[in-house]
Structures are given as C-alpha cells and as structure tokens.
Design a protein around this ligand. Structure first.
Ligand code: NAD
Length: 280
C-alpha cells in the first residue's frame, strides 16, 4: 500500500518509550510506511480526562491504531466501540485498532508477558506465585499466568479492593482457588516459587523497591514488568540474592509483536524485533 500508516501511543511520561522505534523499524522491513506518534499526557499536564478528545482526534485523523499505557489502560475502555474477548476478560486495553470507523480494544500485554517468560525460564516452578500490582499490566499478566499454568496466584496491591476484585474475577474464569488476595507481601511470598512485579515502583519516576529486600530468597524466580530502566533495583537485589530473573524488556517486545500484527495484518519477525530492541 502507498498510504502511510499512522499509529501512536497515549500515556504519561512516555518520551523515552522504545515502542516507536520497534514498530517503525519492523514496518520498514515489511515495506510499509508507518509513523508512530507519541501522545504524552505529561507534555500538556493532563490526565485520562483528555482521552475523549484524543480518541475523537484519532478517529478524524485516520489513525490505524494506538497503543495505550499508564495511566489510561482502564480509563480508555468506555470510549471504545468493542473489545476483544481477551481485553474484556482482563479489563485492560493496551492496543486499539481503528478499522471501518470503529475503535476495537485489545490486550497484547498478557500474551507478550507469557511469550517472553516461557522463552526465558521454560522450567520455572509455577506452583505458587506472588503478583505485586493488579492494575493494567498486573491484571493482564494475572490472566496470562493462570493460562500458562500457574497453579496458585497470590495477588497483592496497595489498594486491597483491587486485588480482591481481581482474585474473584480470576476464580470465576479459571476455577475456584486459582487466585487469592494476599493479606500482606510477607505472607504471600513465604512459600512462593516465583514473584511477578507489576507496580510502577522502580521506574525513573518512582525509584525504590516494591518489597523488603530480606523477603527475597535464592529459590524464588523474579519476573519484572518495569522496563525503563531495564535493570531495576528489584532485579539487582534479586540477582544479588541468587534468584533467576526475567527483565521487563522481553514483555515489551512481546506486546509490540502482538500490536504490530493487529495494526498491519502482517506477521512480524519476533526475533528481529527483539534483537533491534536490545540494540536501542
Ligand atoms: P497501573 O497504575 O494500571 O497499575 C499499577 C498497580 O500497582 C495499581 O493497582 C497500584 O495500586 C499498584 N501499586 C502501586 N504501588 C504499589 C506498591 N508499592 N505495592 C503494591 N502495589 C502497588 O499501572 P500499569 O499500567 O499496570 O503499569 C505498571 C508498570 O508496568 C509501569 O512501570 C509500566 O511502565 C510497566 N509496564 C511494562 C510493560 C512491559 O511491556 N514490560 C507493559 C505494561 C506496563
């Protein structure tokens, strides 16, 4: 096609996002002209309340699609025409496709996370896993983790109602007892085999650890969601304890692979995107 594909990312503090480079480079390999526009709420000092205005612009300007990130993954849902089954189940949208005048919400975070996790730690013990953070990324990962075979998923969030609500939803979808809301981090991690971190702690804007360092044990695998910086305080502390770790970069690649497929209808080369990401 000769026309240019226009896509973008809506979120806060996204100026250093690597997604534009990943999408534009993969498009180039497919002979597609794709422009990836950053729509950063921080630059206009606005928040999710700007979403209706932005989505009207997306419709009128003929965007082919959007990625959606913090803090808009849940707020965008009421503004869309329809959702994929996956996005509906997860209650979070990270990718929007604009086709035939309709905006359809998808979620490639969960599948992106499990694609990368299986690639990095294929033999990980999935018996009892503690998930910190049950927002957009955390809820997507929770669904993906249970689908991938985690037997018992423990959920902890500073907002306990959010963790409880997600646990109830997961048990309804995947079977009673698969998910429990942990009363505190120490209890949830005590006999856990793995830890998944999905809060914003450790980002440049929120430096620090999401849990007390003493709670980490060498037998525990640790999967990080934060990918800017790629090497977070949590990953450093976990490695120092002897834990096997998975960084947030592979999940970012996995979600980009899924989003590219949705935006363009072409099959992306996951290995090529991953190699490019690691060079950025
Ligand atoms: P969100 O705001 O939707 O969810 C964050 C959740 O964490 C909230 O429920 C909040 O209550 C909880 N929380 C905050 N601080 C906490 C703490 N100290 N302990 C326990 N819970 C806490 O945000 P999100 O969109 O889910 O993003 C979270 C992080 O994941 C961000 O750093 C984002 O950049 C990253 N992310 C990475 C990828 C990737 O591909 N690697 C994809 C999506 C998001």
């Amino acid at each position: 096609p000769h026309h240019k594909l226009l896509v973008g990312l809506i979120g806060a503090g996204i100026q250093r996002s690597l997604t534009p480079a990943m999408q534009e480079e993969e498009a180039r390999h497919h002979g597609l002209r794709l422009h990836y526009q950053l729509i950063d709420l921080d630059t206009t000092k606005s928040g999710p309340e700007l979403l209706p205005t932005l989505l009207t612009a997306v419709r009128t300007m003929g965007f082919a699609g959007l990625n959606i990130t913090f803090p808009c993954k849940q707020a965008v849902i009421p503004l869309l025409d329809d959702l994929s089954d996956e996005a509906r189940a997860m209650g979070a949208v990270n990718t929007v496709v604009h086709r035939d005048g309709k905006l359809i919400g998808h979620n490639t975070d969960g599948s992106g996370w499990s694609w990368n996790f299986k690639r990095q730690l294929p033999d990980a013990d999935l018996s009892r896993v503690l998930l910190l953070g049950t927002g957009g990324a955390g809820s997507a990962i929770a669904h993906a983790a249970l689908r991938m075979g985690v037997k018992e998923l423990r959920l902890y969030d500073v907002d306990p109602a959010r963790a409880k609500g997600l646990a109830a939803e997961l048990n309804r979808l995947y079977g009673a007892g698969r998910a429990v809301a942990a009363s505190d981090i120490a209890a949830g991690i005590a006999d856990a085999t793995g830890l998944i971190h999905a809060t914003p702690m450790g980002m440049d804007k929120m430096p620090g650890l999401p849990l007390a360092e003493e709670l980490l044990r060498p037998e525990l695998w640790v999967s990080e969601v934060v990918y800017f910086p790629i090497d977070t305080a949590l990953l450093k502390a976990a490695r120092a304890k002897g834990c096997r770790t998975v960084d947030g970069g592979g999940m970012a690649v996995g979600q980009a692979v899924g989003a590219f497929r949705l935006f363009t209808g072409r099959e992306p080369d996951a290995g090529r995107i991953d190699a490019h990401f690691r060079r950025l």
